[in-house]
Design a protein around this ligand. Structure first.
Ligand code: EPZ
Length: 429
């Protein structure tokens, strides 16, 4: 198993190109199931999750090809995927695949809408919390599907097709919004989703669906209105930049000091995290083509935040923010309201010398003078990268074990950081 070794204490300086967003690329790839025609996606990040989903989609009959790159082509520019689901050959998404990546559960809506049936494994346990699928099932039932649970599988049927309806989600769910929105594009009549997730990745998928011929109003708001169509067509769409990757490197340079230009980042996608960074003491400048973040010798201020659905502070940046606050001058408080168990990084940060107390959903971080390198273990994607940030500020050597989590969501992480002065290397077992 690969490990990452970091020798901390270096300031970051330089330019980091921001990749396409994983959490948009995945549902965009799934949207290819809605049409017989070719969907071309540009700026797709080269990540383990993306490659696994491509395999899952091939299993359903999606023809997948990737544009080649010539030697010398800019390796930072994401890949171009062509996905064609001319014939769906299999409407089952098996346990072996769905259990490895939760987002693959979202094939349920598109398969059901197009084929009138789908058999999709329940995703099962997950390190960051229980993560049920009740809202997804509620949405599919509202669209007229019959749902059974059989042998760990959701078996959904709508032999006469789906019918539009009004769905009021009792809780904001990114995945359930994606799933219902995609299904509703091929339902008969109008679907209205109330309390829809407003995450930019949901809007990116909606914009792609519109290019495919879907009729959608209220994109990016909490009320999304979809007029069903008989069929959708092919389209060409560019995946939006990854706001979580952007925030991660922005927090990293605030932690180490120095200056980074985050190339291709879009500031309007992460206003709340950028505000938090300014409060902490970093300088954030919006420039043509990206965001510049810097911090000179000044100390870090403590902050109090709670995670919220977009446009609030994202749960996917909570661990990274915590790593940053470990050396702030004072006490920070971070409350996690989205996932009940998303604190596995706490014990690992404590191993590096952080002073963090956990009470239920709230972490209290008392800033310390500095961290010291140690052996730590990556537990989930965002927790892992918080350990990278902590390793960059810690004195001495930090060894991060089980880094395959990082490969699920951060493209070329160690290259991007070492190009900006970090001492970081992957040790391949
Ligand atoms: C998406 O997960 C993201 N994944 C997650 O990113 C992100 O943390 C999360 O949204 C919240 O922003 C992708 O986009 C691939 P939810 P999702 O449904 O859709 C509860 C990362 O690190 N809920 O919005 O699975 C749920 O338990 C990942 O990139 C139900 O109760 O999250 C949670 O408390 C991790 N019933 C809350 O809603 C349901 O049926 C929000 O979950 C569905 C969800």
């Amino acid at each position: 198993m690969d490990r990452i070794k970091i020798v901390g204490g270096q300031r970051l300086k330089g330019k980091i190109p921001i990749s396409g967003a994983k959490n948009a690329a995945l549902p965009l790839m799934i949207a290819s199931l809605l049409t017989q025609d070719r969907l071309t996606l540009k700026n797709v990040p080269n990540l383990a999750d993306v490659n696994l989903l491509a395999r899952i989609l091939r299993n359903h009959g999606v023809d997948h090809s990737v544009d080649g790159k010539r030697a010398g082509n800019n390796q930072h520019i994401g890949e171009t995927f062509h996905l064609t689901a001319r014939d769906i050959v299999d409407t089952t998404a098996p346990y072996e695949m769905v259990s490895r990546m939760r987002a693959s559960f979202w094939v349920l809506g598109p398969l059901l809408a197009r084929m009138g049936e789908a058999r999709v494994s329940m995703p099962g346990g997950c390190a960051i919390g229980t993560r049920p699928v009740d809202l997804h099932l509620m949405g599919m039932k509202a669209l007229g599907a019959e749902i059974d649970i059989d042998g760990g599988y959701v078996v959904a049927r709508a032999p006469k097709g789906l019918r539009g309806n009004r769905i009021i989600f009792p809780k904001v769910s990114v995945g359930a919004t994606h799933n219902v929105m995609m299904a509703a594009t091929l339902a008969k009549g109008e679907t209205v989703i109330e309390n829809a997730a407003r995450e930019p990745e949901v809007a990116d998928v909606a914009n792609c669906l519109v290019k495919m011929g879907a009729k959608i109003e209220g994109i990016g708001t909490s009320t999304v209105r979809i007029q069903g169509r008989d069929r959708l067509e092919g389209a060409v769409h560019t995946v939006l930049p990854d706001r979580i990757e952007t925030g991660t490197y922005a927090f990293a340079v605030a932690a180490t000091g120095g200056e980074l230009f985050l190339e291709g980042a879009r500031p309007e996608l992460l206003e709340t995290p950028l505000d938090v960074l300014r409060r902490i003491g970093a300088t954030v400048t919006i420039e043509e083509g990206g965001i510049r973040v810097s911090r000179d010798g000044g100390h870090l201020e403590p902050v109090s935040i709670e995670t919220q659905p977009y446009p609030g502070f994202p749960t996917d940046l909570q661990a990274q923010l915590m790593a940053l606050t470990t050396t702030a001058r004072g006490t920070s408080v971070i409350r996690e309201t989205i996932f009940e168990n998303r604190f596995m990084h706490v014990q690992e940060l404590v191993r590096l010398g952080a002073d963090i107390k956990l009470h239920g959903d709230t972490a209290t971080i008392s800033g310390v003078q500095g961290l010291r390198g140690a052996q730590v273990m990556a537990t989930d994607l965002r927790a892992s990268v918080s350990l990278v940030i902590a390793g960059l500020i810690a004195d001495g050597e930090t060894m991060i074990n089980r880094v395959y989590h990082l490969d699920r969501g951060f493209e070329r992480l160690e290259h991007k950081l070492s190009a900006c002065g970090a001492i970081i290397e992957r040790i391949t077992a």
